[in-house]
Write a protein that binds this ligand. Structure first.
Ligand code: UDP
Length: 237
């Protein structure tokens, strides 16, 4: 396998990716598969930081839609990301890698509080860094946390796994003539009104010239294949 061009990457893992076929919680088979792919990339010498979602446990908006308080719902969602982060950190260790969980929601008996210097030191020391707790604030998403941490940790790229293998000119599920872009600029994504990430996350990436690589979570070549270019993807930026 050829050496990837990236020194340090930020991988956004959605909560759904850990739930697998279930609608709720963590499916051990999917958790172990994600962990194995991450360890493979770390072994190639790439520094890996991760932000995990919590949609497989709680979403603040869903709590609010049922009459609950949005801020409390978001706190519940952020705690869900901590659960996922602890599970992934442990699975990475079982897969033979080293992991270090930091949380943007302070809970020192469970995880170190996120700081830029602490996380960069852990990355430079060869650990896979997992950033739990999103941004630490309600009304944000883990996509925004992923863009924020990627910029803060000076990552070369934000890797966003989705159900499709890149950014298309139209929805490929509805329009058979839709074509996948190999590369596209942040500006063109906005001009064509294509959805890559939520608006706040995308604006942060654009304003800080952070490239985003969109790929399929189901890519046969795995995450290593996304980095060495053998798996299809779209690079934004
Ligand atoms: N959340 C939050 N602030 C953040 C990140 C996440 O309040 O900075 C909450 C929010 O309620 C969100 C939930 O955590 O719905 C889970 O995150 P997200 O929906 O981004 O997870 P994913 O869809 O990636 O699984």
């Amino acid at each position: 396998m050829s050496k990837p061009d990236y020194t340090r990457v930020l991988l956004k893992v959605s909560g759904e990716a850990l739930a697998g076929d279930q609608s709720y919680g963590i499916e051990p088979r999917f958790l172990d598969d994600v962990a194995r792919q991450i360890v493979d990339v770390a072994r190639m010498g790439v520094q890996v930081a991760i932000v995990i979602g919590g949609g497989n446990i709680f979403r603040g908006m869903a709590v609010a839609a049922k009459g609950g308080d949005r801020v409390i719902g978001d706190h519940m969602g952020m705690l869900g990301t901590v659960i996922n982060s602890l599970a992934l950190g442990d699975a990475i260790r079982r897969a033979g890698g080293r992991s270090h969980v930091f949380s943007s929601v302070t809970m020192p008996s469970i995880a170190d509080t996120f700081t830029q210097r602490g996380a960069i030191a852990a990355l430079e020391g060869g650990a896979v860094v997992i950033c739990a707790g999103g941004t630490g604030n309600p009304f944000f998403t883990t996509d925004t946390a992923a863009a924020l941490k990627a910029i803060e940790l000076r990552c070369d790229v934000l890797l966003k796994g989705t159900k499709v293998d890149g950014v298309y000119s139209a929805d490929p599920a509805k329009d058979p003539s839709a074509e996948r872009f190999e590369t596209i600029s942040h500006e063109e994504v906005i001009a064509r009104d294509l959805r890559v990430m939520d608006t706040a996350a995308f604006a942060l990436a654009r304003d800080n010239s952070l490239p985003i690589v969109v790929y399929a979570l189901s890519a046969r070549e795995g995450l290593a294949g996304v980095l060495d270019g053998s798996a299809p993807s779209t690079r934004v930026g």
